[in-house]
Write a protein that binds this ligand. Structure first.
Ligand SMILES: NC(=O)C1=CN([C@@H]2O[C@H](COP(=O)(O)OP(=O)(O)OC[C@H]3O[C@@H](n4cnc5c(N)ncnc54)[C@H](O)[C@@H]3O)[C@@H](O)[C@H]2O)C=CC1
Ligand SMILES: CC(C)(CO)C(=O)C(=O)O
Length: 296
């Protein structure tokens, strides 16, 4: 089976290295500027140790199983140039909501699954990443055609030594991770603090609680049947990732665009559609827009 991983950033390098190190046929698809460095091999340290030499390409290659590991705003472009075998499955690994749906609109929902990655991976330099934590990758699709192909992705990840499971309800699984991202990412990006400080400073804990409670109400109004308490889930993730600098904090530090559109801003958007006010998420979104504007 041919596997390709699109995006040689933090997550893509991690998955490509683990898959290739387990002897699977993997191509890591990167931006041209990274090609030369990646051809020397890829390396993972932290909670996993791996070195591997996946094939490297600076353009999409035909594959049976594709993982996209790009920011949510790059997903549509990443799937646009793909060519498919009859049974190809594209697993869109992304935080927030809507990225797999955007891919499905481009290439057909029967080819698309979503991947929810419970990991904390830091990009060190092209080909080298540090894995601060990994719990599991949750896979799922709303299209029965794609669901039939999910075992292929599950087996590939398990062969790579990565815990994974298929969710019956992938939308609920996405929301369960979203709660933590809504509570953590933007507030750490605004304050510059590591995740753990959100439970140490009472005013910030109250802000996290308010943002996530709104998200919980929006989920209920949107008919999402989540299996966790949103606030408790967020506190747990904060404790588990206390030493992390969230991905949005890393983005604003580098002056990069953030994923606010698929996180707090998405809560506000769905809230408006369902008639649920989301003043806290509106305010957080506005502050991140301001920070992004400062960097433009
Ligand atoms: N880093 C982490 O620990 C986690 C990240 N995520 C999510 O996974 C997604 C990816 O995150 P990261 O790896 O951290 O981002 P990143 O910014 O480190 O890496 C993305 C890479 O994809 C490349 N890229 C974009 N479009 C491409 C294309 N068409 N072809 C080839 N390369 C392309 C970019 O140049 C960049 O190198 C995001 O949605 C993020 O929220 C989810 C869980 C954990
Ligand atoms: C879980 C969390 C908040 C860990 O930092 C994350 O997913 C992120 O930083 O994007």
């Amino acid at each position: 089976m041919k596997i390709s991983v699109i995006g040689a950033g933090a997550l893509g390098t991690f998955y490509a290295a683990m898959l290739a190190a387990s002897g699977q046929d993997v191509t890591l698809v990167c931006r041209p500027k990274y090609r030369e460095a990646l051809e020397k091999g890829v390396q993972v340290d932290g909670v996993f140790q791996a070195t591997a030499k996946p094939r490297i390409s600076d353009r999409p290659v035909p594959a049976d199983l594709v993982f996209t590991a790009v920011k949510s705003y790059d997903v549509e472009a990443a799937v646009e140039g793909l060519s498919f075998n009859p049974g190809t499955l594209v697993v869109v690994i992304s935080n927030g909501l809507g990225s797999d749906e955007a891919a499905a609109a481009k290439i057909g929902s029967c080819r698309v699954a979503a991947g929810v990655s419970y990991s904390g991976v830091v990009f060190l330099e092209p080909g080298r990443v540090h894995v601060a934590g990994y719990t599991e990758t949750v896979l799922g699709s709303t299209d029965p055609g794609a669901r039939d192909r999910l075992d292929m992705a599950l087996i590939a990840l398990e062969k790579a030594g990565l815990k994974a499971r298929i969710a019956d309800d992938i939308r609920a699984a996405q929301w369960e991770k979203l709660f933590a991202n809504v509570g953590i990412n933007a507030i750490t990006a605004i304050t510059g603090l590591k995740n753990g400080m959100l439970l140490e400073i009472p005013e910030l804990k109250a802000l996290v609680t308010a943002a996530v409670s709104e998200a919980g109400e929006v989920a209920r109004a949107a008919g999402i049947r989540v299996g966790v308490d949103p606030v408790e889930q967020t506190y747990r993730v904060i404790r588990d990732t206390a030493g992390n600098r969230s991905s949005m904090l890393q983005d604003v530090t580098k002056g990069k665009r953030t994923e606010i559109d698929v996180l707090n801003s998405k809560i506000a958007e769905i809230g408006r559609a369902c008639g649920i006010p989301t003043p806290v998420n509106d305010t957080i979104t506005a502050l991140i827009r301001g920070i992004e504007h400062r960097h433009q």
